[in-house]
Design a protein around this ligand. Structure first.
Ligand code: FAD
Length: 568
């Protein structure tokens, strides 16, 4: 008897499950979960970075269980989603930062913080080499070394110029708080410069041409902030030069905000067109000199435009220390550190990487599926019973959420239900399904697995997940989670569920008290009410009541008095 649909799906699930369990198993996390029998002292955990990933990890880590050392060149956490608001003085820089020592206050003496930069990770000696900007040694070079048992790398990313000539020298960036402060000062400089006597109209136009390279969320938000600053404040204080101002966005793709729903991209483009913000799509910047930006498009070839200020917001790159570490461990030709789904750096003992400096890489699921089938098909018959398939499916859906997700997208979950229904019916239960058929149904699962984006949301969730794993290491050894099949005797099995990213939606403020939002469940919301949602979400997401109050009071100040245009 054939079981057409059922057979296909059942095999798919079966494929995913049994072999996957073994093939994906990772000894690293188990190493991490080794009890501290040998070492009577607390294990040393070193955390590199105090951004979204690092602070989220520290916040949730039970620091009394470890000796924790935190190393970062900046002794504060910055709420990056509000950085564009700092560029035009909508909020003040100090309102979006929280001192790291204040955040660690509750952990008392369990945590040590060093304001220094890590310049080398030595995986063999289990040590990190650091340099303090203020100097700690007698010779004043400030170098020191810190040993670790577990290392949490949360170093974030740097700007990526894609080696475009002149970008480093002539463009502004928007990555750190200092960058936003520099932009703020330079915007005002441009207006003051254009107001000086003996400046020709052509020169004024050039000075007041603000170009944003990159039409992603950061570039778009900065363009919107700048436009608001202009129409709400600057036109009143620089009335003589208001007609010379121009804002341009250059985007290599066909649309701005192309990681958002198409409706949001279209809404943003039409709003910008109404606002007079020029959006040049399909252009790639090839050179930036001190007064010209040269870009190329397929249809128009090379075009050069004069500019007064250029902000480069076209992607993120790798920090030198990460690059050096990747060379050491053989992860060359990559932009970020490859980790497994338990966030352990591949092929490295006790080293975890979270946030923008890492990405989860998976072995090809289909390769594992073949192994699973071979293992499940003990008699080499090329078939499995429904009961066998159901067993492996259960495990696989817990361990490999991407397979479950894939089945959901392909509307295959109902087949799994059919299999479940068939179990218990002695007649159907013994039915067999063809393994090859099942494998074919799953053959596109690999291409459907999407990598998680480099966002604060992902970084914070990874930090939280890893802290939970660290907190539960001892318990998990004694009482492993999950079905017994998964955790039973095999020493190579994981004690933790893999990291699952939960997307909570994303915002794009578009200026003029309007915003767009993509919310879970394919919801899209745009306009003035969404801007109020943005205000409430960003106020609630502040890391402390202090910054929450500062940010809300900055917004109120801006509503009542406008933005401050002093160049300080
Ligand atoms: P970071 O937050 O960058 O932290 C890296 C940490 O490492 C820092 O503390 C840094 O000082 C430290 N460090 C750097 N070098 C060294 C070294 N050598 N040794 C020791 N420490 C070091 N994401 C969203 O989800 N929503 C948004 O709205 C959003 N808006 C953004 C707006 C802007 C302008 C920018 C720039 C980013 C935005 N992001 C947003 C992305 C988000 O900020 C990043 O994804 C997030 O910061 C990544 O967190 P992280 O901890 O990996 O890195």
């Amino acid at each position: 008897t054939s079981y057409p649909g059922v057979a296909t799906t059942a095999l798919l699930l079966a494929a995913a499950s049994s072999g996957g369990l073994v093939a994906y198993a990772d000894s690293g996390a188990d190493n991490a979960s080794e009890p501290s029998q040998e070492a009577p002292k607390k294990k040393k955990v070193v955390v590199l970075g105090t951004g979204w990933a690092g602070t989220s990890f520290l916040k949730d880590l039970d620091c009394s269980k470890y000796e924790v050392k935190v190393i970062s060149p900046r002794n504060y956490f910055a709420f990056t989603p509000l950085l564009p608001s700092v560029t035009c003085g909508t909020v003040e820089a100090r309102s979006i930062v929280e001192p790291i020592r204040r955040m660690l206050e509750k952990k008392k003496k369990d945590v040590t913080f060093y304001e220094a930069e890590c310049f080398k990770i030595d995986a063999l000696k289990k040590a990190v080499h650091c340099r303090s900007a203020v100097g700690t040694n007698l010779d004043g070079n400030g170098d020191f070394m810190v040993k670790y048992d577990y290392l949490v790398v949360a170093l974030g990313a740097t700007v990526n110029t894609f080696n475009t000539p002149g970008v480093m020298e002539n463009c502004y960036f928007l990555k750190e708080v200092e960058d936003a402060q520099k932009i703020r000062r330079n915007v005002i400089d441009c207006f003051e410069k254009a107001s000086l006597p003996n400046i020709s109209e052509e020169e004024k136009r050039k000075i007041l041409h603000f170009v944003i390279i990159g039409g992603g969320p950061t570039g778009v938000e900065f363009a919107a902030e700048l436009h608001d600053f202009l129409v709400e404040d600057l036109v009143k204080i620089y009335p003589a030069i208001q007609d010379f101002v121009k804002i341009t966005i250059i985007q290599s793709g066909d649309h701005i905000l192309n990681m958002f729903d198409q409706r949001i991209a279209a809404f943003a483009e039409s709003k910008f067109m109404r606002d007079g913000i020029e959006v040049n799509t399909g252009f790639r910047v090839v050179k930036v000199s001190d007064d010209l930006i040269t870009m190329k498009s397929k249809s128009l070839g090379e075009v050069s435009v004069p500019y007064g200020m250029a902000v480069w917001s076209a992607g993120i790159g790798t920090r030198p220390v990460i690059m050096d570490f990747m060379h050491q461990i053989g992860q060359t030709n990559r932009r970020v550190l490859a980790t497994n789904e338990w966030l352990r750096v591949r092929e490295c003992d006790g080293i975890y990487a979270i946030g923008d400096c890492s990405s989860i890489t998976q072995r090809k699921i289909m390769d594992d599926i073949s192994t699973i089938f071979k293992m499940a098909d003990k008699d080499n018959s090329g078939t499995l019973t429904l009961k066998e398939i159901n067993d492996v499916l259960e495990d696989i859906c817990i361990r490999y959420p991407q397979v479950e997700l894939y089945m959901k997208t392909m509307h295959m979950l109902d087949i799994r239900d059919l299999i479940k229904d068939a179990i218990g019916d002695s007649h159907k239960e013994s039915m067999v399904v063809d393994i090859e058929e099942f494998k074919n149904a799953l053959s596109h699962v690999d291409s459907q697995v999407k990598s998680v984006p480099a966002t604060a949301q992902v970084a914070a969730q990874q930090g939280h997940y890893l802290a939970e794993c660290f907190n539960k290491m001892d318990q998990c050894k004694e009482h492993p989670e999950g079905p017994l099949r998964m955790t039973g005797t095999g020493s190579e099995r994981h004690n933790f569920r893999p990291f699952r990213y939960k997307h909570l939606g994303q915002f794009a403020p578009l200026g003029g008290e309007q915003a767009a939002a993509e919310l879970p469940g394919d919801w899209v919301s745009m306009g003035h009410s969404t801007q109020w949602l943005w205000y409430s979400v960003y106020a609630s997401k502040q890391v402390s009541w202090r910054t929450r109050m500062l940010v809300v009071s900055d917004w109120t100040r801006r509503f009542i008095f406008g933005r401050d245009s002093s160049r300080i």
